[in-house]
Design a protein around this ligand. Structure first.
Ligand SMILES: Cc1cc2nc3c(=O)[nH]c(=O)nc-3n(C[C@H](O)[C@H](O)[C@H](O)COP(=O)(O)OP(=O)(O)OC[C@H]3O[C@@H](n4cnc5c(N)ncnc54)[C@H](O)[C@@H]3O)c2cc1C
Length: 345
């Protein structure tokens, strides 16, 4: 489905995916309004450690093991994306630390991925996620996008209903609601999404080391503060800090850095949302006029430029690229035989 240029596009959700899509679409000449009731950064995108880490994710998240080439393609879009936003990418890489036995295990997993078992991963980068959200919002606004602090309740082409009682005429709804809309009302495909609560500790760094450290059951990601992450609490979507869930994380961090002051660390909570295969839903929904950009699991920042490009391609009627079939929005609803045929939708 190609949408006429200048069409009115509503984006539900101002996280990494919604904001990146809004910027891309505003620059492409669509009339974009982003709706989100939450303050900037009060979502998983604002809590995230900001790692752009294809290799680490393929190593440490079983759901991402098969997605290394796709994640590398997404990462490779970042230099131009960040430059246009004036955003710094920190390329200090990742160091593996821990017991000999564990490092050996990681080494053999690296070998399985076709990589050498060096103890540093140079090709994983990071950004400051809150700065990125601010930069995206400013750039999207400068390109003409409007931002409104309200919830999208329902959509049909020509009639977007908002929680503040208004109904407005939009041609398309880009659904980038993170864990916020999983009941199928805005798009039936969202029923395939499951939440994963993540708690992360933020504390002062002990030194000026810029490398991310990956240890057994924990990462230490430097930045404005040191991020010690993160819990993976499958099936939970509440935002309550929960000391019992962070106990293992604290113990793993202390094993690496006994001097870290974790008792006074700030706990931040975000909810990721995942599909059964770990890749987001990107593309046209069965619901008329709804384009999905949701379900990025642990990789919303890594995937944001790629997803934004794909969203723009779908709206412009262009080829959405080599990753469109793997992320196709309706892949959990249809019999196997239909998938190939619809890959270019
Ligand atoms: C602890 C933690 C660490 C992470 N670390 C990393 C990392 O290092 N690198 C990485 O790439 N990813 C990381 N992630 C994952 C990443 O944060 C997510 O994949 C990403 O933020 C998803 O972005 P999003 O835009 O899809 O959703 P979100 O950031 O969840 O934003 C969705 C927005 O939609 C809004 N919304 C919901 N419903 C509606 C509605 N009906 N109408 C309007 N608005 C609505 C919400 O208010 C919210 O602001 C981490 C996540 C967590 C929790």
């Amino acid at each position: 489905m190609k949408v006429h240029s200048g069409a009115r596009v509503a984006v539900a959700g101002a996280g990494a995916l919604g904001s990146a899509a809004a910027l891309r679409l505003a620059r492409a000449g669509f009339a974009v309004t982003v709706f989100d009731p939450a303050p900037l950064g009060a979502n998983a995108s604002g809590v995230a450690a900001g790692m752009l880490a294809p290799v680490s994710e393929a190593l440490f998240d079983p759901a991402s093991r098969d997605h290394l080439p796709l994640m590398r393609r997404a990462r490779d879009l970042w230099p131009a994306f960040a430059e246009a936003l004036g955003l710094e990418i920190v390329r200090a890489g990742v160091r593996i630390e821990g017991s000999r036995a564990w490092r050996d295990q990681v080494g053999s997993r690296l070998n399985d991925l076709g990589l050498s078992a060096d103890e540093a991963i140079a090709e994983d980068w990071r950004i400051e996620s809150r700065l990125a959200l601010e930069a995206l919002r400013a750039a999207a606004a400068a390109a003409g996008a409007r931002f409104e602090a309200t919830t999208v309740e329902s959509f049909a082409p020509g009639a977007l209903r908002l929680a503040d009682g208004r109904t407005e005429a939009f041609d398309v709804l880009v659904l980038a609601t993170g864990p916020g809309a999983r009941d199928g009302r805005l798009a039936p495909e969202t029923r395939a999404l499951a939440p994963i609560k993540g708690q992360i500790l933020r504390t002062a760094a002990l030194d000026a080391d810029q490398m991310v450290v990956r240890g057994e059951g924990v990462y230490l990601a430097p930045g404005k503060t040191l991020a010690v992450g993160a819990t993976m609490e499958t099936g939970r979507d509440d935002l309550a800090p929960d000391a019992s869930a962070t106990q293992a994380l604290r113990a793993a961090a202390r094993a690496l850095r006994p001097d870290l002051d974790l008792d006074r660390a700030q706990v931040e909570v975000g909810v990721r949302v995942t599909t059964p295969d770990g890749l987001p839903l990107v593309g046209w929904s069965r619901a008329p006029g709804v384009l999905l950009a949701v379900g990025a699991r642990r990789n919303g920042w890594l995937l944001a430029p790629l997803v934004a490009d794909m969203v723009a391609a779908y709206l412009n009627g262009d080829n959405p690229g080599p990753d469109a079939a793997a992320m196709r929005a309706r892949r959990f609803e249809e019999p196997e035989g239909d998938k190939q045929e619809r890959a270019g939708e």
